[in-house]
Design a protein around this ligand. Structure first.
Ligand SMILES: Cc1cc2nc3c(=O)[nH]c(=O)nc-3n(C[C@H](O)[C@H](O)[C@H](O)COP(=O)(O)OP(=O)(O)OC[C@H]3O[C@@H](n4cnc5c(N)ncnc54)[C@H](O)[C@@H]3O)c2cc1C
Length: 443
């Protein structure tokens, strides 16, 4: 029987950062049941942003119509998809090659626990001193009649041609990003949301503004609406049936109602590892109830956002732990973005949390749409929220709604983590004109 120091289950950003962190000093095996690289480069962040980038340019160019640009661009979806595939198709092979070059063993197959020291993959029993479960999450499919006709974000990111009428159930960050793309590509976009709340973790004012912008672009929001069944009429047409009795014909209906941890095939009942609906239960060392089994990334039940850099950070942490580190995990401020047009992003303490503690935090909201750097972009909804700690004046959180929120939020994250006092900003020289040159005037 083969025996490893560490077996890592899942080759996403979490599993890979753990594997590379351990490779020099431990004998490591990575088991992957699907494509190496996991969700992010194959069916998540990377293909999504690859499609978003030109669609975003297209949408931005429309804001300059009659103000310097004439004639709208057109999106060539098949060409864009070919470009996307030129990146995604080689990920699996490149990831395996890179692991092998670093001396890390790989197996394609589903890891099934037999007990806390052994897994079975493709019928082979393999032993290890330690396991790292980095099995990620998978899209939830609504359990309704006709669920076999529902598709997921992964299907959306593979579409050879773009459907004319598309429906999206749910408006979390993945649903919002898909509807933003669809708003530029489909003739009809229907969004079914069971309440009135979009992106509950972001400032409500920003989510509302984004819904208004999408509605102006033709997205039809069905608020307080649940899709109760999906019917298939002719070969191509689906009908979404809502609890309100509406019947909406569509060419495609995406279930975007969350991403539960992918626990189904691990056979964890053969171990003492505890789970709850949000994922695997771990302590502050990312250790499960079995002391030789750790869990990282999207598969973990945690309050931190389930994002690539968080999985990466946790993989790196557990690798260091297995090499002798002894301190519990502490997270820096974590930035979070929704790639819509405009973008919504935030970092550090949320506006909601800060607003509940007015003695401790000052929350300053700035409509910057008229400021030079936003005015020149026709960024008419640009808004920045700054959260400072009253006792120290230090930046503790920020949220941005703008065409270029990603750049500013990364800077804010650095300021928060480095505990830079506002005065430091006045000692810098930033490019002018650029949005960074506004920083000394924000707080
Ligand atoms: C459409 C979409 C867009 C996204 N956009 C962003 C973004 O812009 N920014 C961002 O930070 N995050 C984004 N995310 C989230 C990001 O992709 C995940 O947070 C990240 O991939 C999680 O990494 P992970 O290593 O924890 O899990 P994953 O990347 O999900 O990897 C887990 C791997 O484990 C494998 N596996 C599971 N069970 C087993 C088993 N029993 N045996 C063997 N292998 C197994 C799976 O096949 C999978 O490959 C997006 C996600 C989606 C779906």
């Amino acid at each position: 029987m083969k025996k490893y120091d560490v077996i890592i289950i899942g080759s996403g950003p979490g599993g890979l950062s753990a594997a590379y962190g351990l490779a020099e000093r431990k004998k490591v095996l990575v088991v992957e049941k699907d494509r190496f690289g996991g969700t992010c480069p194959n069916r998540g962040c990377d293909p999504k942003k690859l499609l978003y980038t030109p669609v975003n340019h297209h949408l931005l160019s429309q804001t300059f119509q009659g103000a310097g640009l004439k004639g709208t661009s057109q999106i060539d979806w098949p060409a864009l998809m070919a470009f996307k595939k030129s990146y995604t198709d080689k990920i699996d092979y490149e990831m395996i090659s890179a692991l092998k070059t670093s001396g890390i063993d790989t197996i394609r197959g589903t890891a099934v626990f037999q007990d806390a020291e052994h897994i079975v993959v493709n019928g082979e029993k393999i032993a290890a001193d330690n396991f790292i479960i980095a099995a990620g999450a998978k899209p939830a499919i609504l359990d309704i009649p006709g669920k076999e006709y529902l598709t997921t974000s992964a299907d959306f990111l593979e579409l050879p041609t773009f459907p004319k009428r598309i429906g999206i159930i749910g408006s979390g960050f993945v649903g919002m990003e898909l509807m933003n793309l669809a708003s530029a590509l489909a003739t009809e976009v229907h969004v079914f949301q069971r309440n009135q709340q979009l992106l509950p973790q972001f400032p409500a004012a920003f989510s509302k503004k984004m819904a208004t912008i999408l509605a102006q672009r033709g997205v039809h929001f069905h608020w307080d609406t649940e899709v109760q069944a999906v019917e298939k009429k002719q070969t191509q047409t689906l009908v979404a049936v809502t609890q309100k009795g509406a019947r909406i014909p569509l060419d495609m209906l995406v279930s975007s109602v969350g991403r539960p941890a992918d626990l189904s095939q691990l056979n964890l009942q053969q171990t003492k590892v505890e789970t709850k609906p949000e994922g695997i239960v771990v302590n502050e060392y990312l250790q499960t109830a079995e002391k030789n089994i750790y869990a990282i990334g999207d598969v973990v039940a945690k309050k931190e956002p389930k994002l690539t850099p968080v999985s990466h950070f946790e993989g790196d942490y557990v690798a260091q732990l297995l090499l002798g580190k002894t301190v519990p995990i502490t997270y820096p401020a974590i930035p979070n973005i929704v790639y819509t047009t405009p973008q919504i992003a935030q970092t550090g303490i949320s506006v909601k949390v800060a607003s509940q503690q007015p003695d401790k935090y000052q929350v300053k909201e700035l409509d910057v749409s008229g400021w030079y750097n936003y005015f020149i972009q026709h960024d008419t909804s640009a808004n920045i929220i700054i959260i400072t700690e009253k006792a120290t004046g230090l930046l503790k959180g920020a949220a941005v709604l703008s065409f270029t929120a990603e750049a500013l939020i990364n800077l804010f994250t650095l300021f928060i983590n480095q505990k830079l006092p506002a005065a430091t900003l006045h000692q810098q020289i930033f490019l002018y004109p650029s949005q960074a040159s506004d920083l000394p005037y924000l707080y």
